[in-house]
Design a protein around this ligand. Structure first.
Ligand SMILES: Nc1ncnc2c1ncn2[C@@H]1O[C@H](COP(=O)(O)OP(=O)(O)OP(=O)(O)O)[C@@H](O)[C@H]1O
Length: 308
């Protein structure tokens, strides 16, 4: 369906003064999918996205969005993309829904404003000015403004920051519907569960570079947290258990009667462990599969220390 990538970034450098905010970043974003860009505070995510939107000019490298140069060809690009900025980017004195209607009229094939207002729970905000909306309502309005023109590609910078769980879910549903309609979505977030739930592809950015990419499944596969745990009688013969498990597996009694089997978790591993337990008259209690979460991967790659 979509062959050309929606976004291609090669060797992007962007400095503020002497300090590089983005430092040789390479990233290709697939069309028609949801890509989450993750990274610690100050990693360069917003700067990268703002460069894709044409708000910042690269100091070096190339950026192509829908095949266009976002600075030199901004007039051609702008109508085709939707942008939700962290700061809202909405005129504070304007009435919420009127502004949305106005924005819709600027586009040839806008979404139905009433449906969008309903879906994002903005019905009660009709004549309220932007500055009088709650933080969460402002966020939702900014999201509505970004998508109302039915763009081919939307950039959402932390769309669910500060939203309550209901509004978060409504936002996720909207984002999934955009993908269903063939829209490419690029989203930055600090919520790892959000990236895990929503994203087809994840790119982790640190110190101005992309340090890894993959699907959430690819990134979470392998690693120390890929393990089975169970409780049983203390002192089980783990050397005997290991003989039934694939090469490279490890088994430890982490506390008397608490066991942890470390190996890629698949149905065969589960069957091997429970089969060995059955053969030895052991009932594995509280048996659970421990998978690495995206948060584990993120912290492993970017460090656990808070940065100044
Ligand atoms: N307008 C600016 N002037 C000077 N420095 C800036 C400016 N905008 C960003 N920076 C710096 O550039 C670096 C990257 O910032 P950026 O906002 O792109 O990071 P981010 O990954 O989006 O962070 P966050 O998760 O906190 O939003 C940071 O060190 C930041 O202080």
């Amino acid at each position: 369906m979509h062959s050309e990538p929606a976004v291609q970034i090669a060797g992007l450098v962007k400095r503020y003064g002497d300090k590089p905010a983005v430092d040789g970043l390479n990233l290709t974003i697939a069309s028609g999918a949801i890509t989450a860009v993750l990274g610690p505070n100050g990693a360069g995510k917003t700067t990268t996205i703002e460069t894709c939107e044409g708000y910042r000019r690269p100091d070096a490298g190339t950026v192509r969005v829908l095949g266009l140069d976002p600075v030199a060809q901004s007039a051609a690009l702008r109508p085709r993309i939707g942008v939700m900025l962290q700061s809202g980017g909405v005129y504070a004195g304007a009435r919420a829904v009127e502004m949305l209607r106005h924005t819709a009229k600027l586009h040839a094939h806008p979404l139905d404003v009433d449906t969008l207002v309903e879906r994002l729970g903005l019905g009660s905000c009709g004549r309220t000015t932007y500055r009088r909306l709650s933080g969460g309502q402002q966020q939702r309005l900014a999201l509505a403004m970004a998508v109302v023109g039915r763009p081919e590609l939307v950039f959402l910078d932390e769309p669910t920051a500060g939203l309550d769980p209901q509004a978060r879910r409504a936002t996720w549903e909207l984002v999934r519907d955009l993908r269903r309609d063939g829209v490419t979505v690029v989203v930055t977030t600090h919520h790892m569960d959000e990236a895990e739930q929503l994203a087809d592809h994840v790119a982790i950015v640190d110190r101005g570079r992309v340090i890894t990419t993959g699907t959430p499944e690819e990134l979470c596969r392998g690693g120390a947290e890929n393990a089975l745990r169970f409780d049983g009688p203390p002192g089980l013969d783990l050397a005997a258990l290991l003989k039934e498990l694939p090469a490279g597996a490890a088994a430890v009694e982490t506390a008397p009667g608490s066991y942890r089997v470390e190996a890629p978790v698949d149905p065969q591993l589960l069957a091997a462990v429970t089969g060995w337990c059955a053969a030895n008259g052991v009932l594995p209690e509280r048996l659970s599969v421990q998978r690495r979460s995206l948060e584990d991967v993120f912290l492993d790659l970017t460090g656990r220390e808070l940065r100044s």
